[in-house]
Design a protein around this ligand. Structure first.
Ligand code: NI
Length: 156
């Protein structure tokens, strides 16, 4: 167990595409354990491996209803639309409204390599989309809602 450094925006690694996991070995388990510790320590609801500098298709998340590990995750179904506030541990202090599907279904492998199915709506759907986006080099500022849907209190 170890806390890893979280890569911040501006680091070119955040724009890279992560690689499929093929080996379900101790190295992967250590990465998962460290990502879990790092996410909770930072008070995050999700973390992608690229955010700790590892270009593997690995995500951990906990949107308040339990801890999940997603390996090689894919969104298999999207439904509806939501506009909600989003932030990211790699963009400290930045928040903005994004457009995401209201509901998604995801398939992913667990640490034993078994394929599992997940569904989420609201915050959980956003979280799935946000973290899986990281694996393809996207951050939430790539998914911004138009200016008229952003909060007006600070920026006028
Ligand atoms: Ni993020």
């Amino acid at each position: 167990m170890a806390i890893r450094n979280i890569v911040k925006i501006g680091d070119p690694i955040l724009k890279k595409t992560s690689r499929e996991v093929v080996k379900f070995d101790d190295r992967l388990f250590t990465l998962l354990d460290d990502m879990k510790d790092t996410m909770y320590k930072a008070d995050g609801v999700g973390l992608a491996a690229v955010q700790v500098g590892v270009l593997k298709r690995v995500v951990v998340l906990d949107c308040g209803d339990g801890y999940l590990e997603l390996i090689n995750p894919e969104i298999t179904h999207r439904e509806g639309e939501q506009v909600e506030m989003e932030g990211c541990l790699s963009l400290p202090g930045e928040y903005a409204n994004t457009i995401r599907p209201e509901k998604v279904k995801v398939k992913a492998q667990n640490r034993e390599g078994k394929w599992c199915l997940y569904s989420g709506e609201g915050l959980k759907a956003r979280c799935f989309c946000h973290e899986i986006d990281h694996l393809d080099g996207f951050v939430f500022t790539d998914r911004l809602a138009p200016p008229e849907l952003q909060p007006q209190d600070e920026k006028g």
